[in-house]
Design a protein around this ligand. Structure first.
Ligand SMILES: Cc1cc2nc3c(=O)[nH]c(=O)nc-3n(C[C@H](O)[C@H](O)[C@H](O)COP(=O)(O)O)c2cc1C
Length: 206
């Protein structure tokens, strides 16, 4: 898979090998009660890209490893079976978040932002997170239950993203208005994997 072209201003020195993220800043952000007070959905975004440090903090808050000994995450997940992947869909490519390496792995060298939703702002916002479930890892349950539990896993991640954004002056919206077959095809998802939701993140407009 070809690495995406990387903007040197935002990602110094990591053009060829994907994006090694800086360590997340554990002391950053507002107190939880302030973040909850400011949590809200936004549908107008600046086109300003997100710096590497912000992306690092955001992805760690979303679903990073907070207990290295076990590999467990900042959000709870169904039956201790890891089914959720997060794709970062940006102007210069699609990247898969690798929580163990805390890195973005190059996935597709194309701007698929417009494919991540049915609302116009998704094509211009700097980042759309796409939540993808490995249905094939969810054994002994029906397809409806797979979608249910994967959606609950996603909801916890989505709220982490909301709170991080509220805490850092970013804006976001969790989204189900997605052309699911079209997005799965654009992302070349293998059989068994499916998109649960998407979530746009960026700076406020104006
Ligand atoms: C499951 C779910 C799906 C949603 N889908 C969309 C969507 O496709 N587009 C959108 O603009 N907002 C979407 N939202 C955001 C809600 O519209 C929003 O959270 C709600 O109006 C309350 O506003 P607030 O988040 O500012 O409190 C979704 C929220 C949830 C929980």
């Amino acid at each position: 898979m070809a690495a995406a072209v990387v903007s040197a201003a935002v990602w110094p020195g990591h053009a060829a090998e994907g994006r090694t993220l800086p360590a997340p800043r554990m002391e950053a952000g507002k107190p939880l009660m302030s973040a909850l007070r400011e949590r809200h959905s936004t549908r107008e975004y600046s086109e300003r890209p997100l710096p590497a440090q912000v992306l690092s903090d955001l992805l760690w808050a979303a679903f990073g490893i907070n207990r290295p000994a076990s590999g467990d995450r900042t959000a709870p997940y169904w039956r201790h079976v890891m089914v959720m992947d997060i794709y970062a869909v940006m102007a210069d490519g699609v990247f898969l978040y690798d929580p163990k390496a805390h890195a973005l792995q190059p996935y597709l060298n194309a701007d698929l932002r417009a494919d991540t939703g049915l609302q116009d702002f998704v094509a211009r916002a700097p980042l759309n997170l796409v939540y993808v479930a490995h249905g094939e890892r969810m054994q002994d349950i029906s397809p409806e239950e797979r979608r249910l539990y994967a959606s609950v896993d996603t909801g916890f991640i989505g709220q982490n993203v909301y709170l991080y954004c509220a805490s850092e002056g970013l804006v976001t919206v969790f989204r189900g208005a997605v052309d699911y077959p079209k997005l799965a095809q654009a992302l070349k998802l293998p059989d068994g994997q499916f998109v649960t939701f998407a979530q746009t993140v960026g700076y406020p407009k104006g």
